[in-house]
Every structure is written in structure tokens, then in C-alpha cells.
Design a protein around this ligand. Structure first.
Ligand code: PLP
Length: 509
């Protein structure tokens, strides 16, 4: 791969940057590509450049929604920053105009907005709104869900609560993730409609248990397509049926659109619209400010009124400041003027069909799923058993990086290659990735198989520890450390995969 030829703006050598970071940041702050992190010095559109001017195709930055360093967004920020920036207790046009514009993108009765600064803060406020409106703390969340790092959000985020590390509070109930490929109910046994019914019934059962105990449900919180679970597309009617049960049990429905909102799904502005539902509360973050820390909670006038009647004032110093509102408005206008929603549909459809066309030749691709520019490739060792190809996925991720393409892994087994690129991602970018996968998958498969066969005694390792807690099939494989260790960002053990004393890894699936 050739470099961009553009000189990198760098104050420190890469090792000094890393050294200072390690010295002054908490060790729990993880890095992508932990052992050999990428140093990025500038970015543009869907491309990032390292300190040597090397170009990387960014397939994961849904934050830089309308492209890294988008000109319109940068100009709006600079202009407003040099004119006025203050807090929302003063009157200024930007906040009123942006609130009206943002609300116009939602179906009735979602017409009231609160501005905050991060997705986590939006989750916290959404829970407060729900609890004020229903007078109940009881919250239903989904397996593998992540809704933010603040205490209240962590309480509804099983993704960040590996067994034994953190216990969810008794008022939080976890429903199975409606994952038709790998979840409790699967497409091998049921049709799509039936899956929607079965998974919604799981939530209904929780609601009934709550109401039979004399309580009412406070809230159901879920992304409308689950990103952390491994790019999960819900079966048809799942949310419609689920919302119905939750509302019958007295609760309100919170849709987390922090990852997937603002036209990423291609057909609509919001992922919940693909399921034909209207939530009571919606949280927005990441893409809303194209990298500027802005977030929002959109709700109904009725819920906003209940919140107001608690008598507690809501005020966020930075939420909805004039600069944030100018940036938020520029993002929406970019999506509209460049018709990036339609673009996401066209390129996303092309990505999914191109990836699916590889499936007959590459059995390692177990599933390709996605809507718009929200796509996942589920890599497997055995298509029938759907054994997650976790180590192969790590190797592939590393090789893709070496070739200048940045993806990430997710899902409970870290075997799902995730695509959520800036919306400027092109069909030419798709072609490049497809060509690369054709070359790299056979390479990866050979490496992984060699490692696996060398150590058939791996199974003995099962007795060396007590790693597996789920009621599932068990496979044991040598722990293959790819060069540079690809335990990239936010890795965790889900209680279903654990390193064993003997250096093997045991997974249940
Ligand atoms: C679905 C979802 N909700 C909420 C959050 C929290 O957002 P933030 O990191 O801006 O606090 C995240 C962050 O990754 C997320 O993925």
C-alpha cells in the first residue's frame, strides 16, 4: 500500500505518545490493536492517516458520520466558536432552530428534546425520564446490550458485566438478545415471523412475572439493531410485539439510536422505523455531532411533563450550547443535501450482496447480515455448528490492518467483523474489501487450522480450570496469539470464554 505523501503533523514520536499515555491514563483505558496501536495524525472522509502518511480505510467510525473533518461541519464549528458560545440558560437562535429541526425528523408524538454531551449521559437521562413517568425502576434490557459507562447505564449493560465482575441490580431484568443466527431461538429451527414472536414472548414472560409480583414495568431499553451483540438485525415484528407487552405492563420503551441513528440504515432516519414502532424515548449520540461531544434525548410532551412535575430542574452546562447546535445542524444538512441516506442504502446493499457472493467459496463466512451501512460478517469454523472462528477473526482483522483497512470485532465471541463506516463509504471501498477478503481468508484459514491440529491434546485442558458457565456445546482450541495481539478496544470476557491455565482457550457457543 502506498502512503498518501502528505506530511503528518506530529509533535511526539509514536513511542513517546504511547509512553505518556501509559503513564498518565488509567490502565483500563484500552486501545485498538493493544500491542501495536495505530497512531493517527489526520483524517478526511472515510480515510485516516498515520504518522508516516500511510492511508487507512476506516470501516468502523460511525461517529464521523458525514466524513472525518467534514468541511461544512468544521466551518459551522469555527464560525460559531468565534461568534458566541454560552450555556442554554441564555436565549439564542441556534438551540431553538436545531431543536425544531431535530424533532422534525421524528414521528409524532416525539417532539421534545433535551441536549446532553455523551451517549452515556443520554442513557442516564432517558432512564430518569422513564422512571419519573412510570414511578418504577424496573427495567428490561437485552443480553449483550451496551448503553454507556456511567453507573446507571452500566446497570442496564450486560455487555460490560462479565460474570463475577459486576452484578446487575435486582430491578434490572435481562431478556435474550433476538439473534436469529446464534441466539436462544434460531433460524435453523424457526421462520422469521415465528422468531419475532418467540423472542417477544421472552420479554412478555418477564413483564408477567413483574406484574404478577404486584409491580409495574418502568422501561424497556434496547438498540433497534444491536451493535455490541455482533450486528444483530431483529426478526420481523420483534419490537412491535415487545413494545406492546411492555406498555401493557405499565412501562415505556426507550430506543437507543446512539450507534445506528441519523440515516445509517438507509431507508429511514432511525433504526426503530425499520421495525414499524414509535418509541416513547430515544437516545442519540455519536454521529449527531460528527465527533463533537453532543447527544440528545427525544421524548413525548407527556413524558417531559412528568419529568418536570418531579420539581427537579434539568440543566447541563454544555448540552445544547451554540457551537454544539451549529454542528448538529450542519450534520443533518449534510445528510439531507448529499442524500447520504439513499447512499447508505445503495452502498450497504452492494456491500451485503458482495459479501454474500463470497459465501459459496468461503465456508468460514457463516453469515452476512446488515441493513444500510450497518453490516456484520459472522466468521465460523463450522457452518453447520456455527462454531465461532474467534482466533481466525483476530488474525483476519490484523491482516486487514496491515493492508490498510480498519475493521473491528464484536459479538459475545468476538468473531463478528463489524462495518459501520462514515456514510461517505463508497462502492469502490466495498470492491477493495471484497478483493482483500478473497486473498486473506484462505491465508487465515491455513494458519488457524495448522495451530489447531498441532495440539489435539487441547481437550485435556478443560479439566485444568472451570471456564465455562453456559449450558452450551464446548470447544477447546489453542490460544493463538496473532502478531501484535489484536485484543482491540473494549475487549471483555463474557463468562462464556475464558483463558485457561494451560494456555488454551475454551469457548461455548
Ligand atoms: C449503543 C450505545 N449506547 C450508548 C453508548 C454510550 O455512548 P458514549 O460513549 O458517548 O457515552 C454507546 C457507546 O459506545 C453505545 O454503543
Amino acid at each position: 500500500m502506498s502512503g498518501s505523501g502528505i506530511a503528518a503533523a506530529e509533535q511526539l514520536s509514536k513511542s513517546d505518545t504511547l509512553g505518556l499515555r501509559k503513564k498518565h491514563l488509567g490502565p483500563s483505558c484500552s486501545l485498538f490493536f493493544e500491542k501495536d496501536p495505530l497512531k493517527i495524525v489526520r483524517a478526511e472522509g472515510q480515510y485516516m492517516y498515520d504518522e508516516d502518511g500511510r492511508q487507512y480505510l476506516d470501516c468502523i467510525n460511525n461517529v464521523c458520520h458525514v466524513g472525518h473533518c467534514n468541511k461544512r461541519v468544521v466551518e459551522a464549528a469555527c464560525q460559531q466558536l468565534s461568534t458566541l458560545n454560552t450555556n442554554s440558560r441564555f436565549l439564542y437562535d441556534n438551540l431553538s432552530l436545531y431543536a425544531r429541526k431535530l424533532c422534525s425528523l421524528f414521528p409524532d408524538p416525539l417532539s421534545v428534546v433535551f441536549f446532553t454531551n455523551s451517549g452515556s449521559e443520554a442513557t442516564d437521562l432517558a432512564l430518569r425520564l422513564a422512571r419519573a413517568h412510570t414511578d418504577s425502576f424496573i427495567t428490561i434490557t437485552l443480553e449483550h446490550a451496551y448503553h454507556g459507562h456511567v453507573t446507571s447505564a452500566m446497570e442496564v449493560s450486560p455487555y460490560k458485566c462479565p460474570e463475577g465482575k459486576m452484578t446487575l441490580p435486582p430491578y434490572v431484568h435481562v431478556a435474550p438478545c433476538p439473534d436469529s443466527y446464534r441466539g436462544k431461538h434460531r433460524d435453523a429451527d424457526h421462520g422469521p415471523e415465528e422468531l419475532g414472536r418467540l423472542y417477544a414472548k421472552e420479554v412478555k414472560d418477564i413483564c408477567e412475572k413483574v406484574t404478577k409480583g404486584g409491580d409495574r414495568v418502568g422501561a424497556f431499553i434496547a438498540e433497534s439493531m444491536q451493535s455490541c451483540g455482533g450486528q444483530i438485525i431483529f426478526p420481523p415484528d420483534y419490537l412491535r410485539r415487545t413494545y406492546e407487552c411492555v406498555r401493557e405492563a405499565g412501562g415505556v420503551c426507550i430506543a437507543d439510536e446512539v450507534q445506528i441513528g441519523f440515516g445509517r440504515v438507509g431507508t429511514h432516519w432511525w433504526a426503530f422505523e425499520t421495525q414499524g414502532v414509535v418509541p416513547d424515548i430515544v437516545t442519540l449520540g455519536k454521529p449527531i455531532g460528527n465527533g463533537h461531544p453532543l447527544s440528545a434525548v427525544v421524548t413525548t410532551p407527556e413524558i417531559a411533563k412528568s419529568f418536570h412535575s418531579t420539581g427537579i430542574e434539568f440543566f447541563s452546562t454544555f448540552g445544547g450550547n451554540p457551537v454544539s447546535c451549529a454542528i448538529g445542524m450542519a450534520v443533518i444538512k449534510e445528510v439531507e443535501d448529499r442524500d447520504l441516506k439513499t447512499h447508505a442504502k445503495e452502498v450497504g446493499d452492494y456491500l451485503v450482496s458482495s459479501l454474500r457472493s463470497l459465501m459459496p467459496r468461503f465456508p468460514m463466512i457463516g453469515d452476512v447480515r446488515g441493513i444500510g451501512l450497518f453490516v456484520g460478517i459472522d466468521l465460523v469454523r463450522d457452518r453447520e455448528l456455527r462454531t465461532p472462528a474467534t482466533e481466525e477473526a483476530r488474525r483476519l482483522l490484523f491482516r486487514l490492518r496491515q493492508e490498510g483497512v480498519i475493521l473491528s470485532l464484536d459479538g459475545p465471541y468476538d468473531n463478528v467483523l463489524k462495518f459501520k463506516p462514515p456514510m461517505t463509504f463508497s462502492k469502490a471501498n466495498v470492491d477493495r474489501i471484497v478483493l482483500l477478503l478473497q486473498r486473506l481468508i484462505p491465508e487465515i484459514k491455513e494458519d488457524a487450522t495448522a495451530g489447531f491440529q498441532k495440539k489435539p491434546e487441547a481437550c485435556n485442558a478443560l479439566t485444568a480450570d472451570k471456564p465455562v458457565s453456559r449450558n452450551a456445546r464446548i470447544c477447546v482450541a489453542p490460544l493463538i496469539q496473532p502478531p501484535g495481539d489484536l485484543l482491540c478496544g473494549m475487549r471483555r470476557a463474557q463468562g462464556c470464554q475464558s483463558r485457561m491455565k494451560s494456555g488454551y482457550i475454551a469457548s461455548c457457543y
